[in-house]
Design a protein around this ligand. Structure first.
Ligand code: AMP
Length: 599
């Protein structure tokens, strides 16, 4: 089928045409629907289980597999060679039931944690949902992590099971296995009859299993997912999410992503991060739509081929990816029929207004930015399909979500008056905060109650982001209130990188910051003070970069290393990253020397 080029016809005309073909968007009257919305009503849209139980796997898969959607494609995997492997809801349910059965046979208990270290392949999806079905807790790891981040997260999470491939096991896990006494089983998805020592062949276990018919009747507030995220200091934080998060995944899938029953939906995020789980697995399946999964990494022509060939209607992607498409040039898009697309959304980093406009001009649709973070478990602020976009703005809060911008004191903490936080006026910058109570809110940082408590003040959850709100209630992202780095959409804790660098024998101390990058948003840069006797030079610089890559993985390791005679410190002796950043950017240093970033 050749559709008219959106560009040639003008996108407004095409949209008008399309309006007769596509269902009307949700949230047409923002204020009225927001006023009428309740989380209870959203929950009533789901099935639930006897005795008030709620299980994500039941809502996402089982109820569809036993209903009219049984034969519909749930997941379509696009292989490296372009071949597509589709799993219907009933086939996915079978595989999910088999994985749950394997866990049961291995004696993995309800609440115990099952980790994955896998690329986007069918086994990952069956493992995630099978773990939830069995009442255990699923924790995805980014498959580009090196051994250090993997070990740390498995240790903090007390991982009982790890599902991975032979190659990843050999390269990243075998060497740290002795440090992980709680890790009882490593399941290889591609053992091919000959697993590595101390691992099990998952295929053999699945062949011997009989699908578990029904999901465990988990309580809505029972742990379901563990997602690691990074702070400025200390170890990675394991944000705990519960089964009732699925209510928010359903509601945000409807309002922020505008999912309708016939949609073919593509979320480009890696399931090793929260977006890839909440919106790459749960939200589309809860809505019973077909989700496309690309098994490969970003490739401009491949992506356009997938959008066109799979007739993707709703596309959820990220600014770094959009910037890479923009860089490749509009003509690469023009070669494809993208007429099936009707809604594009983006998350994870600031979406530059040019990307919104580029979407409109080149893809025929503007890009709708939305905002959330690991701790919120789901989209909190969004530009909606039915409303005008304000390019550069993150949009307005979802129904059921109350957001505010709070005044910060000299110590960067919110100012409290009579125990109440103080909102700033329209257009002023403060800390973005959310009123607790939405279902996908994290319920703790695993084993770190104090760190969790510090995220709340005056009745608000503090996001750590700086923002402003305009007169019309649109929120605008200003920056991070702490030192964490966002590179290609991945949140990187500078402390984790500094710690790895300091294990190199020549490194006395390191300070790590994000430096602006036109495509990745930020890249990681390390300032390194050498030990006495070490020779600064190109050889050592490359050696340190290689050392960090081996330990942390290429996505986390610094791209640049600069040697300095002495690192600046706060009064309490912490490396003053903000000063390093100010110097790097040529900004005035002001009174930064006394500031200490919040964790
Ligand atoms: P993560 O927890 O890894 O998902 O990262 C969440 C952080 O990414 C947020 O706290 C923001 O700093 C940033 N972020 C997410 N979405 C947006 C957005 N639409 N605009 C700007 N920054 C964003």
């Amino acid at each position: 089928m050749t559709a008219p080029s959106r560009k040639a016809a003008g996108w407004e005309a095409i949209r008008k045409d399309a309006a007769s073909l596509v269902p009307p968007p949700f949230l047409r009257d923002y204020d009225a629907e927001r006023a009428a919305f309740t989380w209870e009503a959203a929950r009533a849209e789901l099935d639930g289980l006897p005795d008030g139980g709620l299980n994500i796997a039941h809502e996402a898969v089982d109820r569809h597999a036993s209903g009219p959607l049984a034969d519909r494609d749930a997941l379509r995997f696009v292989r490296a060679d372009g071949e597509v492997e589709a799993l219907t809801y009933s086939e996915l349910a079978r595989r999910v039931g088999l994985f749950a059965s394997v866990l049961r046979e291995l004696g993995v208990a309800r609440g115990e944690r099952v980790f994955s270290l896998l690329g986007r392949r069918p086994e990952l999806y069956a493992a995630a949902l099978g773990t939830l079905k069995a009442g255990s807790v699923f924790c995805p790891l980014f498959s580009a992590f090196g051994p250090d981040p993997i070990r740390q997260r498995l240790l903090i999470g007390g991982g009982r099971v790890l599902v991975t491939t032979r190659t990843l096991y050999r390269k990243r896990v075998a060497s740290i296995r002795h440090d992980l006494p709680e890790l009882r089983h490593v399941l290889l998805v591609d053992a091919d009859g000959s697993p590595e020592p101390d691992t099990l062949d998952l295929t053999v276990l699945l062949d011997a299993a009989r699908p578990v018919p029904e999901a465990v009747h988990t309580r809505p507030d029972e742990d379901a997912l563990l997602h690691f995220t990074s702070g400025t200091t200390g170890t990675p934080k394991g944000a705990q999410h519960v089964h009732e998060a699925v209510v928010a995944h359903w509601a945000t899938g409807r309002y922020a992503l505008d999912l309708h029953p016939e949609d073919v939906y593509w979320c480009t995020a890696d399931p090793g991060w929260v977006t890839g789980t909440s919106y790459g697995i749960i939200a589309p399946l809860v809505h019973g739509v077909t989700a496309v999964v690309d098994e490969e990494e970003l490739d401009v022509d491949r992506w356009y081929r997938i959008l066109a060939g799979q007739h993707v209607t709703v596309w959820y992607t990220a600014p770094t990816a959009l910037r890479m498409l923009m860089k490749a040039g509009a003509e690469r898009a023009a070669a494809h029929d993208l007429s099936a697309l009707r809604f594009i959304a983006s998350v994870g980093e600031p979406l530059n207004p040019e990307a919104v406009v580029w979407g409109r001009d080149v893809l025929g649709l503007p890009v709708h930015d939305n905002w959330w973070q690991t701790e919120t478990g789901g989209i909190m602020i969004a530009n909606y399909a039915a409303m005008d976009i304000r390019p550069g703005s993150m949009g307005r809060p979802l129904p059921g979500v109350e957001a505010a911008v709070l005044l910060r004191g000299a110590d960067d903490a919110p100012v409290l008056r009579d125990g109440e936080a103080v909102p700033v006026g329209a257009g002023e910058v403060g800390e973005l905060a959310l009123r607790p109570g939405w279902p996908s809110m994290f319920r703790g940082y695993l084993g770190e109650d104090e760190r969790y408590r510090r995220c709340f003040a005056g009745g608000w959850y503090l996001t750590g982001d700086l923002a402003s709100r305009d007169e019309d209630g649109y929120f605008w992202f200003v920056g991070r209130g702490n030192d964490v780095i966002k590179s290609s959409g991945h949140l990187i804790g500078p402390f984790e990188v500094e710690s790895a660098l300091m294990e190199h024998p020549a490194v006395a101390e390191a300070g790590v910051i994000g430096v602006p990058d036109p495509v990745a948003g930020e890249t990681v840069k390390a300032f390194v003070e050498l030990r006495a006797g070490a020779q600064a030079g190109e050889d050592l610089r490359l050696e340190i970069i290689g050392f960090a890559r081996k330990r942390l993985g290429a996505a986390v390791a610094p791209r640049a290393v600069e040697f300095v005679d002495a690192l600046p410190h706060t009064r309490s002796g912490k490396v003053l990253r903000r000063l390093l950043k100010a110097r790097e950017l040529g900004l005035p240093e002001g009174d930064l020397s006394t500031l200490e970033a919040r964790p």
